[in-house]
Design a protein around this ligand. Structure first.
Ligand code: ADP
Ligand code: MG
Length: 916
């Protein structure tokens, strides 16, 4: 039998290998016949020889199933299935018995020739009319399906007369009744249950072959599919057929339903549902085989790391195919009664099936020629009969004796098929694509690793280079230093040895000289002289030693004294500091005392007032009229003191009492009367109109007498106030001066305790200071000193009067200077007023400040005073006044004064003071 042309097996030795990687391994499984050869297909052993041959009559020798199976595991297995009588047969053939009799336990079938004769046939399975669909699947198809799942090709086929149940057996969907499901549905169920959808794929094509044309049942428009054969392997495929991936049972059943709807169905007389076409379902199973590590190789990187342990062997893929063929009815065309067909058509319709019969005959008879190429069906099923597939055939028969002939021919077909032996083969191939992908990934990893390694090595080399350079530099440096040291050491040694030589030479020289001298002295001097000299030398030495000791001792003493002095110096500094703090505290206390004094004065004044008012309540016995008059005058005086209110009519006083009388009361025995009288006089003296009369009547003299003689300060204060008022008049001023008023006022000031007394005295002197003619005399009688003496009290009212006095005096001095009556340096300055002036030039009390500012301006106008002004720091005050004084006239006066004085100008230039 030619391996290329017929249903020949591809033996591993005979078949040309298509690819070196394709592995054709003979199946070593339960159904395989590893040693099977073309010849072994014909059963040689007696058991198989008789067991699978049709026996014409009589019982077949009992054959143990196992041995029969074991003997021909690659053989086409054939089962026969009997359909139960249908309703028509039940009615029409009621009087006739079935044409077949089944002996399922013996797997035999008896075909009645007539009432007395029958022939017995043995099959691999005999399925009675009661056989369930499940059992039929398990017996006929399940071994093939299992085999397909293991990687072998498989074929399940139904052959039989139309209406005998081929479609029932293979194609029932079992929509209503699950038990009715046919082989196709059950096979797919088993396949889907076994495969892993992650690594395996299941896909189907469904087509029909009719009149030598293959139509796609999943795509009816695709109605002429070509069969493609691999010229080398002879593998048959239908590339144009629709292939649908199946992932679940439901979608597969749906595919079958769609295919069924498309299936060309020709009605025949025999059965309205029967078909003259062959339905072919192809299920492609592609599985990845796991756990094959036998060819693993691993790669060890240069660094010794185990970079990968992946297998370099490509994954093994097993591709297998289950073909389920629902053949067209096996009855002859003319008998089918399809009158519509022409003879050619009828031939064509029957061609495939008769070609199949011929091939099976040829194979069964081991004929050298198997006409595979005669039809499309035989070309398609090339692998199923005499090929590498595991094939199971179910022949379906009906019970009716009317179709006995057809039944017989069906049985004979099955019998012949049982003789066909296949060489079941496993088809594995390597999945080079995925291996290639994996290797690419591996390669990329290695490249990256290599790159990293290279970078690492480069870095390492660089690091080592740098380190080496560093070490070389260090070594060079240390060498240089060592050499240098060595050199200096040798130089030193050299110098030392030269020195030593020189010294030796000197010593030698001295020794020579000494010996020479000794020789000379030995001859010239006596030995006792030498001794004396030596003693003297010794003495000298001792003296020197003691003086040196003394020097050291003295030095130590000096050091000691120095230290003592230092510590004393520190103590002195400390004490000085203490002294300073004491002084500042003293100053503060003095200030406080001044404040307290003024407060005390205030309080005593208030007390005096209170006493006075109390006195007023008790007096008035002697001069009741005067008393009331006095109190009124008193009030007026007080009023005048504080306000500038209207003056009371004094004429009344003169009319009622008379000036003489009032003045006489100043000398009264009664102190109270004296007090009241002096107050009245003072009140009268406040009126300019009265002043002349008072002076004419001897009032001034009386007042001065009071000032001199009175023990009572109130009297002195009021008297001083009266004198101050009288001193406003120029004539009176002369008189006051003539009667020694200034001396009296100065005395009063030195005795006074009440600041108001001082205020009156200061006011009186201030008035006198405004007289140009009295300057020298005033100064001579101590008026300036008296004014400056009063500032001690610190009361602002007193200070204001003092400032006014000084300002008046300064004004007169400057007037005298401008009129050419220059007297030389200012008397004010000579009497030491300038420090107080400078100190109070910026006093916060406006009256004091104004007078002093004016005084300063007047003093500065006289060039003779410039030096003093500068030395005492008054220049700064003048500058300040010229800049900041709130009164414009004074500000302008200061400015003019500063700009007109050459000395002050020069000083300001020196100090870089600029007026704005
Ligand atoms: P075929 O496909 O061989 O032409 P079918 O499968 O169409 O025959 O069967 C013809 C008729 O017989 C159908 O109505 C079917 O239901 C019925 N039939 C076939 N086999 C059996 C069986 N084993 N049991 C019951 N009914 C059957
Ligand atoms: Mg059918």
């Amino acid at each position: 039998m030619a391996s290329g042309g017929g249903y020949s097996r591809h033996s591993s030795s005979g078949a040309p290998s298509r690819l070196s990687t394709k592995i054709d391994r003979q199946n070593s499984g339960a159904y395989a016949t590893p040693k099977a050869s073309a010849k072994s297909r014909i059963p040689a052993s007696p058991s198989t020889g008789t067991g699978f041959r049709r026996s014409s009559s009589g019982p077949l020798p009992a054959q143990p199933r196992a041995s029969a199976d074991a003997g021909v595991p690659g053989r086409v297995r054939v089962a026969v299935r009997l359909r139960p009588r249908n309703s028509e047969e039940l009615a029409a053939d009621a009087d006739f018995g079935d044409c077949v009799e089944l002996q399922p336990e013996l797997k035999r079938l008896k075909l009645r020739k007539n009432n007395w004769e029958s022939e017995t046939y043995e099959f691999d399975e005999v399925l009675t009319e009661f056989a369930s669909q499940k059992r039929v699947y398990e017996v006929v198809a399940k071994p093939v399906v299992e085999s397909v799942l293991e990687g072998y090709n498989g074929t399940v086929m139904a052959y039989g007369q139309t209406g005998t149940g081929k479609t029932f057996t293979l194609g029932r969907l079992g929509d209503e009744d699950t038990a009715a499901r046919g082989i196709m549905v059950r096979a797919m169920e088993d396949i889907l249950a076994d495969v892993s959808l992650e690594t395996d794929t299941v896909s189907v094509s469904y087509m029909q072959l009719y009149m030598e044309t293959i139509q796609d049942l999943l795509d009816p428009a695709n109605d002429n599919i070509a069969i493609v054969e691999d010229p080398k392997t002879g593998d048959v495929s239908l590339p144009a057929a629709t292939v649908v991936d199946v992932r679940d049972q439901k979608s597969f059943v749906e595919l079958l339903r769609v295919g069924e709807q498309h299936r060309f169905a020709a009605n025949t007389k025999l059965n309205t549902e029967s078909s003259r076409s062959h339905a072919i379902l192809m299920v492609h199973v592609r599985r990845t085989v796991k756990g094959r590590q036998d060819m693993d190789m691993s790669y060890r990187g240069e660094n010794g790391h185990h970079t990968s342990s992946h297998s370099l062997r490509p994954p093994v893929i097993r591709k297998s195919k289950l073909v389920v063929v629902d053949l067209a009815g096996s009855e002859r065309i003319d008998k089918s009664g399809s009158e519509g067909h022409t003879l050619e058509e009828a031939k064509s319709i029957n061609l495939s099936l008769s070609a199949l019969g011929k091939c099976i005959n040829a194979l069964a008879e081991n004929s050298p020629h198997v006409p595979v190429r005669d039809s499309k069906l035989t070309r398609l099923l090339r692998d199923s009969f005499g090929g590498t597939a595991r094939t199971s055939l179910v022949v379906t028969i009906g019970p009716s004796p009317r179709h006995r002939g057809e039944t017989a021919s069906t049985i004979m077909f099955g019998q012949r098929a049982m003789k066909v032996e296949n060489m079941v083969k496993l088809k594995e191939e390597f999945d080079y694509k995925s291996l290639c992908r994996r290797l690419d990934i591996e390669l990329d990893k290695l490249i990256a690793e290599n790159e990293r390694q290279r970078k690492y090595f480069e870095d390492e080399v660089e690091r080592l280079r740098v380190e080496a350079q560093k070490r070389i530099a260090e070594a060079e440096k240390s060498c240089k230093i060592a050499l240098e040291n060595e050199k200096t050491k040798y130089q030193q040694d050299y110098m030392d040895s030269i020195k030593k030589l020189e010294e030796k030479w000197k010593v030698n020289q001295q020794a020579i000289e000494k010996s020479r001298a000794e020789q000379e002295s030995r001859t010239a001097t006596k030995s006792d002289e030498l001794l004396e000299v030596r003693n003297m030398l010794e003495n000298e030495k001792n003296l020197r030693q003691s003086s040196q000791d003394e020097i050291i001792d003295l030095r130590n003493q000096v050091q000691h004294w120095k230290k003592l002095e230092e510590s004393r110096g520190a103590e002195i500094v400390k004490l000085r500091k203490l002294l300073d703090t004491e002084a500042s505290q003293k100053e503060k206390l003095e200030e406080e005392i001044a404040v307290l004094k003024s407060q005390l004065l205030q309080l005593s004044l208030e007390a005096e007032e209170t006493r006075r008012s109390l006195d007023r309540g008790a007096s008035g016995k002697i001069f009741p009229g005067l008393d009331s008059l006095m109190s009124q005058a008193n009030r007026n005086l007080q009023l005048r003191d504080q306000t500038n209110g209207p003056k009371p009519p004094i004429a009344k006083l003169f009319e009622q009492v008379g000036l003489q009388k009032i003045l006489s009361l100043l000398e009264s025995e009664d102190a109270d009367v004296r007090v009241h009288a002096v107050k009245v006089v003072a009140n009268l003296a406040a009126e300019e109109a009265n002043q002349e009369k008072i002076v004419e009547a001897g009032g001034l003299t009386s007042l001065l007498t009071l000032l001199r003689s009175s023990e009572d300060e109130t009297i002195r204060r009021v008297a001083a106030g009266a004198i101050a008022n009288l001193a406003m008049n120029e004539t009176n001023q002369e008189m006051i001066m003539a009667q020694g008023g200034v001396s009296l006022l100065s005395m009063t000031a030195s005795d006074a305790e009440d600041p108001q007394t001082l205020r009156m005295v200061a006011g009186a002197i201030a008035n006198l200071c405004g007289n140009d003619k009295l300057q020298a005399r005033l100064r001579g009688e101590g008026a300036i000193k008296a004014l400056l003496g009063m500032v001690k009290c610190g009361h602002p009212d007193v200070l204001a009067q003092v400032a006014r006095g000084i300002a008046n005096f300064a004004k007169c001095e400057s007037r005298a200077a401008t009129q050419g009556n220059t007297m030389g340096k200012s008397l004010l300055i000579e009497d030491g007023s300038l420090p107080w002036i400078v100190k109070n030039a910026n006093n916060e009390a406006a009256p004091i400040r104004r007078h002093i500012e004016l005084a300063l301006c007047h003093l500065a106008q006289h060039e003779v005073n410039a030096k003093e002004i500068i030395n005492e720091g008054a220049l700064w005050e003048l500058v300040r006044i010229s800049r900041d004084c709130s009164r414009e006239d004074i500000r302008m006066l200061a400015y003019r004064t500063l700009t007109s004085s050459p000395s002050l100008q020069a000083e300001m230039r020196r100090l870089r003071i600029e007026l704005n």
